[in-house]
Design a protein around this ligand. Sequence first.
Ligand SMILES: Cc1cc2nc3c(=O)[nH]c(=O)nc-3n(C[C@H](O)[C@H](O)[C@H](O)COP(=O)(O)OP(=O)(O)OC[C@H]3O[C@@H](n4cnc5c(N)ncnc54)[C@H](O)[C@@H]3O)c2cc1C
Length: 373
Amino acid sequence: MKQTTVLISGAGVAGPALAYWLARSGFRPTVVERSAGQRSSGNPVDVRGDAMDVVTRMGALPRLRAAATRVSAMDFVNASGRRVGRIPVGRTDGSELEVPRADLASVLHDAASGDAEFVFGDSIADLRQDPDGVDVTFDRGAPRRFDLVVGTDGLHSAVRRMLFGPESGYVRHLGMYVATVQLGYQADDPTAVLMYNLPGRSVSVHPVNGNAMAAFIFRSPAIAGLDHRDADACKQVVLDAYQGGGWELPRLLASVSDTDDLYFDSVSRVRLPAWSRGRVALLGDAASCMSLFGNGSSLAISGAATLARALAATPGDHVAGFRAYEAEHRVRVRPTQHGRLIAGALLVPATRAGIAARDLAVRVLGRSPAPAA
Ligand SMILES: Cc1cc2nc3c(=O)[nH]c(=O)nc-3n(C[C@H](O)[C@H](O)[C@H](O)COP(=O)(O)OP(=O)(O)OC[C@H]3O[C@@H](n4cnc5c(N)ncnc54)[C@H](O)[C@@H]3O)c2cc1C
């Protein structure tokens, strides 16, 4: 019997995981990734819950454990660097991991690459579907035809734009921006994230294995005309937002000025009425992003396994497969779309009074005896 061909757009977290599980189920996946290759650093993200089971079944757990950070606490510091409170973060019992995003993508790619085709440095230019398949043109490669296409190309998904139109219809700015930069040195304490706040702004130093990373999260309405790919404009937004702050800000802002690899984006929510149309579906941030506060990497992994299983269970009926995937995975996604208000209040209090109240709450909680089991 002819194998069903599936084109996957994006080799981040969701794309390689989907390629792995589709290949295991007898499909023939091809992954096309816009970047020229995979990088080996990046924002630390969590692998937890159902996703831990999925990566275990992929045989990826030993490498992910080796790449994981050792972070177990977040320390809040004041302008002179004095620690004013501490909260535990993550679990240290091995039931979840924090892994630099690019290491996670790389491990998932390596798990899938024996059975899936990967094309780096290219992108889908256009899609035309008919009742029997999807004709795809690429920016660089020759046109090809596939049975199915899945967009795993992230928050600013091009596949989603081709299916559902411009972002303005379903991507909502949540009143914050985030920027990250690698610092090129090792943090003093590999187990603690340090966080300093100004009203409506936080800056943290995260001890990502040997190459600490600074993350700037700040409240701001959507900045009209700002393109998150315009590095100079984005740098200036960060420099202006944090000007005059204390702690290590002068040094951290110098890293922003000097870097040629600033990550910058709006903290956004993606909400779509449907995750597929005909032979084309969406997965990961492309379908249901809640950037920063939404457990997105774990959802990308568990969603990939769910989608592959749903398609395998409905041979020759992709519509039923896509419907079953969406019904099952929306149940996981829905609760995460509400957690941002608590996380935002804790990590980025809007006012000086809010920062003081947060620090007090953290100190009181830190002194409380552990609840009885
Ligand atoms: C600063 C920061 C911190 C985060 N912290 C956490 C965390 O602690 N825990 C957590 O669970 N999640 C976290 N996230 C979210 C997490 O990174 C995402 O939810 C997750 O990476 C989603 O995976 P994905 O595969 O859907 O998309 P991505 O990982 O974004 O991958 C998309 C891929 O598609 C590629 N691509 C884009 N456009 C095209 C195109 N046109 N053609 C081909 N390829 C394309 C991109 O290059 C990329 O490789 C964080 C995100 C950020 C920005």
